[in-house]
Design a protein around this ligand. Structure first.
Ligand SMILES: [Zn+2]
Length: 304
């Protein structure tokens, strides 16, 4: 079985056409999308045991060898699947935690044993219910780790993260205290996962618009009352996105389809709406570059 998959992977890399990614949006998974993937994954593999795991691209899990990766997952039962920031955590019966970061284009595909690996399949997992889980990643930025009992708190990517937006530690006072210590433009501040977890380019722009805050305002200049409004809008925009199924387009065959193509994009009020009328005041939405990425905002609603 190992050889067969290796051969397929070889064929995939050499001859298969590149996986067609939707270019309509340059969206990558943000917290709501990762939350959806974590929920799907929980429904599929929680309670199941890995019969076998195979790392097909060693760079996907640079901190372990493919042999070690396979050994750590083999015969481990998935006890729970959770999310921390944009990391998906599968807690295993052997005390280890299997961590996945989808980054830009990472996606899971699930199906029967005859499931054809899509191009750029970088890891494969055989479950005890005769189903197979594959991880495909066109851009090769995805990351996996397997960490031992007690090591989870020391994983650098996780220990530096700010409190979860839906957790008790993320409050308007926390946000205000953290904003006060930064002179950074507030849009860039919101993207920093060590300060606020969960906002990427889409939801940062949406939350600022809903709170009527100018994206270029220095973080420490936001008043307390306006911080309270921004806090509420951050939580509600993320909640609404999750409730609407995020921007994840799901396909019953692929399980987790393309990002940026799902239902929630219809709810965007500023993102990718340059030149269109603001839904609140009808002024034309503007776009500006901040930190090398586009920020969309309404010059009238978000004057200050
Ligand atoms: Zn407006």
């Amino acid at each position: 079985m190992t050889r067969e998959v290796d051969k397929r992977q070889f064929v995939c890399l050499l001859f298969w056409p590149a996986f067609p990614v939707c270019d309509k949006h340059s969206a990558m998974p943000e917290l709501p999308e990762v939350e959806m993937v974590a929920r799907h994954l929980r429904a599929l593999i929680a309670g199941r045991t890995f019969i076998k795991a195979q790392l097909l691209r060693p760079g996907l899990a640079p901190e372990t060898s493919p042999r070690q990766f396979a050994a750590w997952l083999k015969n481990a039962r998935v006890e729970e699947v959770t999310r921390r920031g944009k990391h998906i955590l599968a807690h295993l019966s052997n005390g280890r935690t299997w961590i996945t970061h989808l980054r830009m284009t990472g996606r899971f595909v699930y199906g029967g044993l005859d499931l054809e690996p899509p191009p750029h399949t970088h890891a494969a997992f055989w479950m005890d219910n005769a189903q197979k889980l594959l991880f495909a990643d066109q851009r090769h930025f995805g990351l996996m780790m397997v960490v031992g009992r007690g090591e989870l708190e020391n994983v650098a990517h996780l220990s530096k993260l700010a409190p979860e937006p839906f957790g008790a530690a993320f409050t308007a006072s926390y946000l205000f205290e953290t904003l006060k210590r930064s002179k950074q433009a507030i849009k860039l501040f919101l993207l920093d996962q060590t300060k606020v977890v969960g906002l990427g380019n889409i939801y940062a722009a949406e939350a600022l618009h809903r709170a009527r805050v100018n994206p270029q305002l220095p973080a420490n200049k936001l008043s307390k009352p306006r911080t309270e409004i921004l806090y509420r809008e951050i939580v509600s925009v993320l909640n609404e996105a999750i409730e609407a199924g995020s921007t994840l387009e799901t396909d019953p065959r692929e399980v987790y389809g393309r990002y940026g193509d799902g239902a929630y994009e219809d709810s965007w009020r500023v993102y990718e709406r340059e030149g269109l009328a603001c839904l609140t005041c009808a002024a034309a939405i503007r776009r500006l570059a901040q930190g090398g990425r586009s920020t969309y905002f309404c010059p009238r609603c978000q004057r200050r």
